[in-house]
Design a protein. Structure first.
Length: 326
């Protein structure tokens, strides 16, 4: 039983036709039949029977189809690991959603690269909606921030990803004390916020996040002004120019001092989670698994939420590379 034979069988089992498999592989149908004949002889099972212009798997064929995907996936992972071992040992390609990159990635990865000898990271900011496909294409080893979502008509169980929640956050509507909304008391409806400038970072309020789902549930679609960062959005709010849905732990000190105020909007604060996501553990890299475990530790959490100073991506040394905006 060879890997080539398994690939051919897995394709035939998925397409339900020797002819379709031959066309996909760009080989002749007799070549497909020969590969399957050798596999059937090796395993001592017919694997499939012809039925209705296609094939029907035998019980043994169904069992092999399940194993074939696992074996092929492991073989592909082994090939990738070997081909990248010399040049990329300890190198992590990280996709981060914009809020996480701005507010937590710098401190987290600074601690991680100091704790893990030889580890270095490259970070690119990506949209939450693209994380699933980017991980499956191996464009990145790990995604930090929003949880990857399944494409349309795809079940979450079919993603082949491992996602671990590691930090809970809250977002609340805030304003300057001088802003008209900053002087309101008692429950405030979302409708009362309409017509007021809403500020956000470059990602806006994405549908795949908890805050995006909350906003969608209200049936209201405010015009959101996207700035180059949430830090810039917060500066606009401080100046009394509008409101924003801000991370609670980022504005906690200013809320306490009274330089910012919480607008008591119905349904807020909105709680969400940041996730560390990789391909399943049979196909991901060891260093990606190491980071995925590390993000849930007390030291990682303390680094990400500690007050004061910048939390974003600022280091430019040999272990820490510039984050780019995709």
């Amino acid at each position: 039983m060879t890997l080539s034979q398994l690939r051919t069988f897995a394709l035939v089992a998925r397409l339900g036709s020797l002819h379709a498999a031959a066309a996909t592989l760009e080989v002749s149908e007799p070549a497909v039949s020969a590969a399957l004949a050798a596999l059937r002889q090796d395993l001592g099972d017919p694997l499939f029977v012809r039925a209705g212009g296609g094939i029907a798997l035998t019980p043994g064929g169904r069992a092999l189809a399940d194993y074939a995907q696992d074996i092929i996936g492991l073989a592909d992972q082994a090939r990738w690991e070997v081909s990248n071992a010399k040049n990329d040992a300890g190198r992590l390609k990280i996709a981060a959603t914009a809020p996480f990159a701005e507010h937590a990635a710098g401190r987290l990865l600074d601690v991680f690269t100091k704790r893990v000898p030889g580890a270095s990271v490259d970070v690119v900011v990506e949209s939450a909606e693209d994380l699933c496909s980017l991980l499956k294409e191996r464009a990145y080893d790990i995604a930090l921030g929003a949880r990857p979502t399944a494409p349309a008509a795809t079940a979450v169980t079919e993603l082949g990803l491992e996602s671990v929640a590691f930090l809970r956050y809250q977002r609340a509507v805030i304003a300057a004390p001088s802003h008209p909304l900053g002087r309101l008391h008692g429950p405030v409806s979302v409708q009362q916020l309409m017509g007021r400038p809403w500020f956000a970072g470059p990602a806006g309020i994405q549908d795949s996040t908890e805050e995006g789902r909350w906003l969608a549930s209200t049936g209201v679609g405010p015009d959101i002004i996207r700035l180059s960062s949430e830090t810039d959005a917060l500066a606009a709010v401080r100046a009394g120019e509008g409101i924003m849905l801000a991370l609670g732990h980022i504005v906690r000190a200013e809320l306490h001092s009274g330089s910012l105020v919480h607008v008591p909007v119905v349904g807020t604060p909105v709680s969400g989670l940041w996730w560390a996501s990789t391909l399943d553990h049979r196909r991901t890299t060891t260093v990606a698994q190491t980071l995925q475990r590390f993000v849930g530790t007390a030291d990682a959490t303390a680094a990400m939420v500690a007050p004061g100073g910048s939390r974003g991506l600022e280091r430019r040394g040999s272990k820490f590379h510039v984050a780019l905006w995709s």
